[in-house]
Every structure is written in C-alpha cells, then in structure tokens.
Design a protein. Sequence first.
Length: 90
Amino acid sequence: MAGVPRLLFRTLIALAIAAVATWGLGLFWVAIGGGDLPLHGWIAMGLGVTGTVGLTWGLMALAFKSNREGWDDQVDNSLDPGRTGTDDEY
C-alpha cells in the first residue's frame, strides 16, 4: 500500500507537466497567428500531450524494469546474423 501514494504523486506530476505543456502549446499557437484555440482544440491537445507523456513514462518504466530484472541478458542472440556467438566483441 506504500506504493499507492507514490504512484498518485507521480501521476499528478505527469498531469501537471501535461497541463503546462498544453498551456504553452496553446500560447505558441496564438503567437504564430493560429487564432484562438476552441474548446475541442484544447481537449485534443491535452489528450495528445497526456497520452505522449503517459506512453513515454510507461515505456521508460518497462525499460528500467527489464534492465533491473535481467530480461535483456536472457535473450538468445546466437541466431542473429553477423554474430559469432561470443559477447567478447561487444
């Protein structure tokens, strides 16, 4: 149960980053002459930024988990073309 507050905190941080990025992109849109962004534009941009941040967060978490648990070391690369079967080259 101790991980729930940490997850909630990280989720709130990710949402705050998405909100700031959305606001900044909206200002940039107006600055380049794009006109006022309608409500549907704000919603779409917010969902896009939140989805991108969430996907990035999830993929990085999987990469760290894989590295920490040694899943990368368990892959058999002996059939990979161009490999001699030894890891001394790398």
